[in-house]
Design a protein around this ligand. Sequence first.
Ligand SMILES: [Mg+2]
Length: 315
Amino acid sequence: MESELIAYLRERLPPHPSLRLGAGDDAAILSLGESSDAVVTVDMLMDGVDFRLDEVAPRRVGRKSLAVNLSDLAAMAAEPVAAVVALALPKQGGMALAKSLYEGILPLAAEFDVAIAGGDTNSWDGPLVISITAIGSVKAIKTANSTSTAWRRSGARPGDLLLATGEFGGSILGKHFDFTPRLREARILAERYEIHAAIDVSDGLAIDASRLAAESRCGVCLNLASIPIAPAAAELARQSPHDESPLDHALGDGEDFELLLAVDPETAARMLAEQPLSIPLTAIGEFLSEPGLWQRAEAGNITPLEPRGYLHHFE
Ligand SMILES: [Mg+2]
């Protein structure tokens, strides 16, 4: 079955300038250029945990598996180069399922010029598990504070503003599968502005903002009135039986896959005035020397904020 899938993929996969040797050998060979560093990220999605195949088309699952990795590359300001795909397929209907997954993976790979460099396929009596590893490149540079042009989580400074792309909340109504990884936006911002630190919002605006601050050894205060709330967050607040406001959804839902950025106030003012992206760029808070996550209410007073969001639980 695996050889049939490889034959199918060899027909489907276009050539790629970075791919010296693709699927079919023991390993792939990538060219990253002379002065580049590789950026590597992996994500695993499981039927019954991260999605339910009886509720969602496999094509969307395949697309999302690649998109979450591309979002992580965007958060590092890395150019995507290649990805490898590992599948644990249920024995029943595995081949048809694999092809459907690739119907979602391949168009997204083509859109962002990502070579599918290979992978591994097993079958078992369990549910579908799909894991994609993506490889990106950043310019290698040797300066006192940095070894490459990659954005990290650790560079925010007290006084920096927290900027966000796009809108937040209610992603469960569709965006969590169909989001566009912010690679184009990251490229534009990295070319034009000095970004101190960045993260993509996977688990939740509040918790991911607090992670950015913690890695930078400072705190962050969110201006609640400034947070761009997605129409889906309001829609979900109307639908849900719980007592959660659209703002609650924006802070805690997660899987928005927007970028959070730390920039100095002068740069932030320029970015906000220029609005260089096709989606809004909004200042939603500021970094503080006091550690922790804080909120500023409309009255102006600052109080602690619970870092809401999705946490993976295991013992
Ligand atoms: Mg991430």
